[in-house]
Design a protein around this ligand. Structure first.
Ligand code: ATP
Length: 322
């Protein structure tokens, strides 16, 4: 398939740069079915896009190049490094979009990261979604949002949600999305750990704990409806009660100090605290924005986390800025 390149002009700013940003996500419901013979897990999840954004800037260039700044690029020991070559999901996004639209993959791409890597916040997926949107405008590919979503699903199971944003029910491996109407803003403190956790290792630990009977086998998945109802119309306390994450127990098994971090968040006044996706980020739900700011100050003072961020959601998915 190749798209016509005769669509409307891209939104190109001074110096020919196009800028897009995309949000981090929290899975407010995450239930995981047993391992499939092909090595994957089906899952049911409710994604919530939150106000922590990576920014991707693309400029015309002779070839393809990538620079990364911000979170994940410091020399701080233990902080995960983000790759700057073809292992980066943004590189793959650029190559895929160029192939599909019949253009040469020519761009100088810069990723400014605010979303920590390997934190269960889908930072790499956010970057890929922002890159699709920015490069689509730079190259004037004429791709529809649906066509970009198709490419997003080829890049990774969280990328379609990073493109869509808001709140969505995800099934399959998370790439099949149904948008959910959420009338309320929710306020969170994200407690970010010093070292990331690899998502495949957390899934492997889940399988191990299930095989040894230390966790239920996952054949009966809990319904996401309580979380959806709470996000649609309920008070924050209803959402706090409904939060679920099947990856929390295996992540804690791999990183036992996470239990102390979760307790620190609820002791400091969170309505509830759980791990975001495969962790190790702690997502602490607050009653309102003021409470979230106070909670963040307390947790920052206790030094349990490398850093804390106050965020809210839902927010839109990948968008051009400027
Ligand atoms: P998940 O989507 O499973 O929740 P995550 O949020 O825990 O993933 P990411 O930040 O997406 O994790 O990074 C996972 C790994 O992907 C990193 O350790 C890194 O090696 C690789 N990676 C590739 N591209 C990127 C990128 N643009 N930003 C961050 N990590 C990337």
């Amino acid at each position: 398939m190749s798209w016509s390149t005769s669509g409307g002009p891209g939104r190109i700013t001074g110096g020919g740069a196009v800028v897009a940003r995309a949000p981090a996500k929290v899975n407010v419901h995450l239930s995981i079915a047993p391992l499939r013979p092909d090595g994957y897990h089906d899952l049911q999840t409710v994604f919530l896009a939150v106000s922590l954004f990576d920014t991707v800037t693309v400029r015309p260039a002779e070839g393809l190049s990538l620079t990364v700044s911000g979170e994940g690029t410091t020399a701080e020991p233990g902080v995960d490094r983000v790759p700057t070559d073809r292992r980066n999901l943004v590189w793959r996004a650029a190559v895929l979009l160029a192939e599909q639209s019949g253009v040469k993959a020519r761009a100088a791409i810069d990723i400014a990261k605010a979303i920590p890597a390997a934190a269960g916040l889908a930072g790499g997926s956010a970057d890929a979604a922002a890159a699709l949107v920015a490069l689509d405008a730079l190259w004037n590919t004429g791709a529809t949002r649906g066509e970009l979503a198709g490419l997003a699903a080829q890049l990774g199971s969280d990328v379609p949600f990073s493109l869509l944003g808001g709140v969505a029910l995800g099934s399959g491996r998370g790439e099949r999305l149904s948008p959910v109407l959420a009338r309320r803003q929710t306020h969170w403190v994200l407690g970010i750990a010093r070292e990331g956790l690899s998502t495949p290792s957390v899934y492997a630990e889940l399988d191990r704990l299930r095989a040894t009977g230390r966790l239920p086998d996952g054949t009966e998945l809990p319904s996401p409806q309580p979380v959806i109802a709470a996000l649609s119309n309920g008070p924050p306390s209803a959402l706090a009660e409904a939060l679920t994450n099947d990856l929390e127990a295996p992540a804690i098994a791999l990183r036992p100090e996470l239990r102390r971090a979760l307790t620190a968040a609820t002791d400091a006044g969170a309505l509830n605290a759980f791990l975001s996706g495969s962790g190790p980020t702690v997502a602490a739900l607050a009653e309102d924005e003021d409470t979230a700011v106070r909670l963040a100050a307390t947790l920052a003072g206790e030094g349990v986390f490398r850093t804390v961020r106050v965020v809210h959601g839902p927010v839109p998915g990948a968008r051009l800025v400027g």
